[in-house]
Design a protein around this ligand. Structure first.
Ligand SMILES: [Fe+2]
Ligand SMILES: [Fe+2]
Length: 342
């Protein structure tokens, strides 16, 4: 009986020559030993083979190796020698990939305060927790808010930095885990990954904006980084165990974010926080009117993003609960493009 396997030692050369083909256990034995065995029989993978068979296969492999080497040389030509890639910047990296805003409509025209005020975002919207896991998710978010209130009180800029450092984690964790699951399961993701990455990028832009406006002191930075590290670990575990609850947690976190930014606006309106000029990064990202944009406009724009995160994360959680995870059936399709799943 002949057992068919692939020869491990010649696999690379065979791949280079695009000619991988099965060989017998005798070839594997010859490849492993690389020379005639001392005795009449050798053992490979626990199976005996004869000296004659080994010599025969060694000849085939030798011929195979030289054929593959000549094909490789013919295909590749001389190898360009590069000492450093520092000055070899690929042209693709020269085109800036500036993050896209969360709300596509903000790109249509320059947004003014009145446009931002008119956005219907549902400031007081709340998803009623009707399952035990939802109640736990809401309790966890409400509990996490208490020490934040205690530490930062009315320092809304610093509170916002803390909020955004944490809020930028879930989208990236969710996208990473779904990406790996899609690879391991060799199946479509359902169209979530891009949206989750977009959310993470949007939250990071919130953080970059607040870092331009308020500068947290050293102890605040240390505290925020510690909280974020802990949150990253806990949230990753939660997402692996129950993505439905993880998205529910984010939904409630975003409800709190909307509330927090509403208080921020009240503080500005009351004159307790100076309504300074909007930073350049915010004007560019949200396409604000550069002449009139202020901090208040930025807070309005950020709050509108948080409302979208709230709605999409509660929606994700409810989709998992309903067993309708894939977004494809409900997607708006551009008829000029083919409908594909990914
Ligand atoms: Fe945010
Ligand atoms: Fe958010």
């Amino acid at each position: 009986m002949t057992i068919t396997i692939y020869s491990s030692s010649s696999l690379l050369l065979r791949t280079a020559a695009s000619s991988v083909r099965p060989i017998s256990i005798h070839a594997a034995a010859a490849a492993l030993y690389g020379r005639p065995a001392a005795g009449p029989q050798i053992r490979a993978f626990g199976i005996k083979t004869t000296l004659k068979a080994q010599e025969y296969m060694a000849k085939i492999i030798k011929a195979d190796k030289s054929a593959a080497a000549s094909k490789e040389a013919e295909f590749k030509g001389p190898k360009p020698q590069i000492d450093s890639y520092l000055n070899e910047m690929p042209p693709e990296l020269r085109s800036p990939l500036f993050p896209e805003p969360m709300r596509a409509e903000t790109m249509d025209r320059k947004w003014k305060s009145s446009d931002l005020e008119e956005l219907d975002i549902g400031i007081t919207k709340h998803r009623v927790p009707n399952r035990f896991s939802d109640k736990v998710a809401l309790w966890a978010v409400k509990s996490a808010r208490k020490p934040t209130d205690l530490l930062f009180r009315n320092k809304y800029l610093h509170r916002s930095v803390m909020l955004e450092v944490v809020a930028a984690v879930p989208g990236m964790v969710g996208a990473l885990i779904r990406h790996i699951r899609s690879l391991q399961g060799m199946r479509h993701d359902g169209g979530w990954i891009g949206h989750l990455l977009h959310e993470a990028e949007n939250e990071r832009m919130h953080l970059m904006t607040w870092m331009e406006v308020g500068k947290p002191v050293m102890w605040e930075r240390a505290l925020i980084a510690t909280v974020q590290t802990g949150f990253f670990a806990i949230f990753s575990l939660l997402y692996m165990v129950s993505p439905r609850t993880a998205h529910r947690v984010v939904g409630y976190l975003e409800e709190e974010a909307v509330t927090s930014y509403t208080h921020f606006i009240r503080e500005i309106d009351a004159g307790r926080i100076e309504n300074v000029k909007a930073p350049e990064i915010a004007v560019a990202y949200w396409n604000l009117d550069p002449e009139s944009a202020t901090l208040r406009d930025v807070v309005l724009a950020v709050r509108a993003d948080e409302a979208l995160h709230r709605d999409s994360n509660h929606h994700f959680s409810d989709r998992i609960l309903a067993g309708r995870e894939s977004l494809f059936e409900d997607m708006d399709h551009d008829e000029s493009k083919p409908r594909v799943r990914y």
